[in-house]
Design a protein around this ligand. Structure first.
Ligand code: EPU
Length: 417
């Protein structure tokens, strides 16, 4: 197993380029099941979760070839309707194949994903939506078995805003008979990117990016070429890396408008952010000010930036309250941040962070993807040496993060444990 060794205290400076989005790529890859033919997806990040998605597609009968960041997916011969526990437990997003397989083959058998480090993460709303579209669904032996001759359009109102649920039903509805209306739909930019892919395949979708999405089903879809949107969470993580080290970093290839909620909070914290010719310059102040955040569905403050923002608040002037409203157990990084000398108290879904003068480097353990990022950020700001172990979580979602940070002057190395 690899670990990262960080000698903290260096101000980051220079240029860094953001990779394609993990959370956009996953459903886009899955959506190719809907349209037989050869798809070309570019700006794909090199990540473990992408490899897992490729494995899932290959198991279903697709042929996948990669060339740099371009991936060609031939879905002409998708004929297997089953995604096993082995695959789904490795990556929850694999469950999104259920709807597309059902739409393409009329049947699907997909393992239920089970729990996750950050929360229970049920898929009840995905299943309820597919049932409303006429799927016959049974849960047996840990698997969802679904059948439908042809899905039919339905009006679906989500109880809670769900990114995966919205993506899943949008894909299924693309080939359904008649119109589907998704109400209280999630509005994340990754959903808009998926809608662009589906539209490129010939789907009829209106309103993606708003809370009401209308999909008029078509009989068949064709292959598509698409460039994946930039990873807004990776970009946000670099913004905080600049802020926490008092650095001066220029970020290329990001879409700043996807991160408005973060930008406002960073500005409140005293961070200077400018955008010129699509290069975002982030300058950390001498002293970070404390600010409160509440995670919310997009366009609110992203839960995927909560752990990293908390690392920043650990060295702020004063106390901040961080409330997590999306996942019930997304404070796993807190006990590790305490090892740096941070002062954090959790009560229910809120953490009160009292800024300390400085963090002191420590051996820590990553527990999930964004927690790993927050520990790296703390390590960059801390004095002495930090060792972050169990970084396989990090490899799921950040492309070459240690190389990119080293390129900005961080003293960070990957070593074998
Ligand atoms: N929920 C339900 N029932 C459902 C679906 C969701 O109760 O059927 C609940 C969840 O338990 C959660 C909330 O609704 O409390 C929101 O979950 P959502 O479905 O929006 O999350 P997701 O689609 O499983 C995606 C990202 C996550 C990100 C969340 C929220 C991907 C592959 N994953 O998950 O990304 O945190 O949206 O923005 O897109 C990450 O990248 O580190 C990550 C965890």
């Amino acid at each position: 197993m690899d670990k990262l060794i960080i000698h903290g205290g260096k101000k980051l400076a220079g240029e860094v380029t953001v990779s394609g989005s993990k959370n956009a790529s996953l459903p886009i890859f899955v959506s190719t099941i809907l349209a037989p033919g050869v798809h070309e997806i570019s700006n794909v990040p090199f990540l473990r979760d992408i490899n897992t998605t490729i494995k899932v597609l290959e198991t279903l009968g697709a042929r996948v070839e990669g060339n740099g960041n371009v991936v060609r997916i031939d879905t002409s011969r998708v004929d297997n309707h089953e995604a096993t526990y082995e695959l789904v437990k490795t990556m929850r997003a694999s469950v999104l194949v259920l709807g597309p397989l059902l739409a393409r083959l009329g049947k699907a058998r997909v393992s239920l994903p089970g729990g996750c480090a950050i929360g229970a993460r049920p898929i009840n709303l995905h299943l309820k939506g597919l049932a409303a579209m006429g799927a016959d669904i049974n849960l047996t032996h840990g698997y969802v078995e679904a059948r439908a001759k042809r899905l039919k359009g339905a009006r679906i109102n989500f109880d809670v805003s769900t990114v995966g649920g919205t993506e899943h039903l949008m894909m299924a509805a693309a080939l359904a008979k008649g119109e589907t209306i998704l109400e209280n739909a999630a509005r994340e930019p990754e959903i808009t990117d998926l809608a662009a892919v589906l539209t490129g395949m010939g789907a009829r979708i209106e309103g993606a990016g708003t809370d009401t999405i209308r999909i008029t089903g078509v009989k068949e879809l064709g292959p598509v070429s698409h460039r994946v949107m930039p990873d807004r969470i990776e970009a946000g993580t670099f913004m905080i890396a600049a802020a926490i080290t008092g650095g001066d970093v220029r970020i290329h290839g990001m879409q700043l408008e996807h991160l408005d909620a973060l930008v406002f909070k960073l500005q409140d914290a005293g961070v200077e952010i400018t955008n010129k010719d699509n290069v975002v310059r982030v300058r950390g102040p001498r002293k970070i000010k404390s600010v409160n955040i509440k995670t919310r569905p997009y366009p609110g403050f992203p839960t995927d930036m909560q752990a990293q923002f908390m690392a920043l608040m650990c060295i702020a002037d004063g106390a901040s309250v961080i409330s997590e409203n999306i996942f019930e157990n997304r404070f796993m990084h807190v006990s590790e941040l305490l090892r740096f000398g941070a002062d954090i108290v959790i009560e229910g879904n809120s953490a009160t962070v009292k800024g300390v003068k400085r963090l002191s480097g420590a051996p820590v353990m990553a527990t999930d993807l964004r927690a790993s990022a927050s520990l790296i950020l703390a390590g960059l700001a801390a004095d002495n040496t930090t060792e972050v172990s169990r970084i396989y979580h990090l490899d799921r979602g950040y492309e070459s993060i240690e190389k990119k940070l080293a390129g900005l002057g961080a003293d960070i190395q990957r070593v074998k444990e």
